[in-house]
Design a protein around this ligand. Structure first.
Ligand SMILES: *Cc1c(COP(=O)(O)O)cnc(C)c1O
Ligand SMILES: [Zn+2]
Length: 433
């Protein structure tokens, strides 16, 4: 049973059928899934959600499929937990981490959007999928396409991190490295999408793809006990995730799923070398001025963000704010999260942590308020960014003397004082796994 009436122009409201289209022919606005909320209200309850398996399809009534999902059946419902150590370091009393660095199967929140996009592509009978990507989307589209048996073409800027390229190639798609930045890649893909009968997840089926990001917001609300926090800090590239977290909260409010009123402020986080959305917010400007990206946060390096306006509007509507962080602050943010919570996030997560620190310092986030940090990707993919700032392993010879010379002194450790017979020590000295 479907709860989607069709697509609808976000600007003029013109209705369209559920096809692989994304622009309004009347006003060039972007199209969005249009749900029958009356019908959803009758059938969909919190109890129903809670009885379902822990994946993003537990919210299927609010996702744009007509039939059963077929791709990404194990994605979503990532860890959400209360932070003690980082909270203390940031001077907050109620801090939570939504952790998509452990997303199944490709370690970023892009598994959510791709699960929805490829399920829809199959419904629409496409046999080939494609995308323009800053890295994580490439990983997710290639992995899910392999599992779904779809042909796959991936377009990336040619300066991506090694791990993001390898973790795409492994699934055997055609990987096309374009000599240009993401905005060049995206422009090229819009032209290719007009010529080839492919489902481009973030071009012609973007209206379906984008809805997948709502599940990040649904999960925050459900995992927080059907509440929304005072603040959510969200990293932005195209601005879609931020826009859709806000939409998710409003849908839960509309359906009566929230225990209290919706009072969350959404804060937009971007790196200094690519901050078109945050700059517009800080200038109280309506125009998003495109930039040429130059940042270590490559997953956020979109200079001309497709959903910039909507992200900015969501920030204003929610009463949130925004912060720009430097490359050095991103590195410090990555390290701080690792050292306090044991989570190794990618550069985008570093942007979130560093932006939160700024917002706290500026008094936009106050000590007693509840805060959720959006950790959207995994640090093993962006090792280049912090390689030079994590120190080095101490290299020693395989004997105790070398250990004591190089390690024990340096880390100021004291030896145990238990006396042991020499024979027993020898007997037990076989290698242990
Ligand atoms: C793509 C991406 C984002 C930003 O997503 P948008 O919806 O384009 O704003 C944030 N974090 C990570 C790790 C990403 O890969
Ligand atoms: Zn329109």
């Amino acid at each position: 049973m479907s709860y989607v009436k069709g697509l609808k122009c976000r600007e003029c409201g013109k209705a369209y059928p559920k096809e692989a289209i994304y622009v309004c022919e009347q006003c060039f606005g972007s199209l969005e899934a249009d749900y029958d909320y009356e019908k959803i209200r009758k059938d969909f309850t919190r109890e129903k959600i809670q009885k379902r398996p822990p994946n993003l399809w537990r919210y299927r009534e609010l996702l744009p499929l007509d039939g059963e999902p077929t791709v990404g059946l194990s994605s979503g419902f990532t860890p959400f937990f209360r932070s003690k150590n980082l909270a203390k370091r940031l001077g907050l009393s109620e801090l939570y981490i939504k952790d998509d660095s452990s997303s199944h199967p490709t370690w970023s929140f892009k598994d959510r959007v791709v699960s929805v996009a490829l399920s829809k592509a199959k419904e629409l009978k496409f046999d080939t999928v494609s995308c323009a990507s800053t890295g994580n989307l490439a990983n997710a589209v290639a992995a899910h396409a392999a599992q779904a048996g779809l042909k796959c073409f991936i377009f990336i800027p040619d300066d991506l991190e090694a791990a993001k390229i390898i973790a795409t190639l492994i699934y055997k798609p055609a990987v096309v490295a374009v000599r240009g930045n993401y905005d060049d890649v995206n422009r090229l893909c819009a032209e290719i999408a007009a010529r080839y009968p492919w489902a481009f997840v973030n071009v012609n089926i973007r209206p379906y793809y984008a809805e997948g990001s709502k599940t990040f917001g649904f999960e925050i609300a459900e995992q927080l006990g059907w509440r929304t926090p005072d603040h959510v800090v969200v990293p932005a590239a195209s601005g879609s995730l931020l826009t859709k977290i806000w939409k998710a909260f409003k849908e839960f409010e509309k359906l009566g799923f929230l225990a209290g009123p919706l009072k969350s402020r959404l804060h937009c986080a971007q790196p200094e070398g690519c901050s078109p959305i945050v700059t517009a917010i800080l200038n109280q400007s309506d125009a998003i001025r495109p930039v040429k990206p130059k940042t270590i946060a490559k997953s956020l390096a979109i200079g001309n963000p497709a959903d910039g306006y909507y992200a900015k509007d969501a920030v204003f509507e929610s009463g949130g704010f925004a912060a720009i962080v430097t490359d050095e602050e991103i590195r410090e943010g990555i390290k701080l999260l690792a050292e306090t919570e044991g989570i190794f996030t990618e550069t985008a997560g570093g942007v979130t942590v560093a932006a939160a620190q700024k917002l706290i310092k500026q008094g936009k986030i106050k000590a007693g308020e509840s805060v959720v940090l959006s950790i959207t990707g995994n640090g093993l993919k962006t090792q280049e960014a912090i390689q030079k700032s994590v120190g080095e392993a101490v290299s020693i010879e395989p004997n105790v003397a070398s250990f004591e010379e190089k390690v024990a002194g340096r880390y100021n450790v004291t030896q145990r004082v238990i006396a042991r017979s020499p024979e027993r020590a020898t007997k037990q000295s076989g290698s242990q796994a």
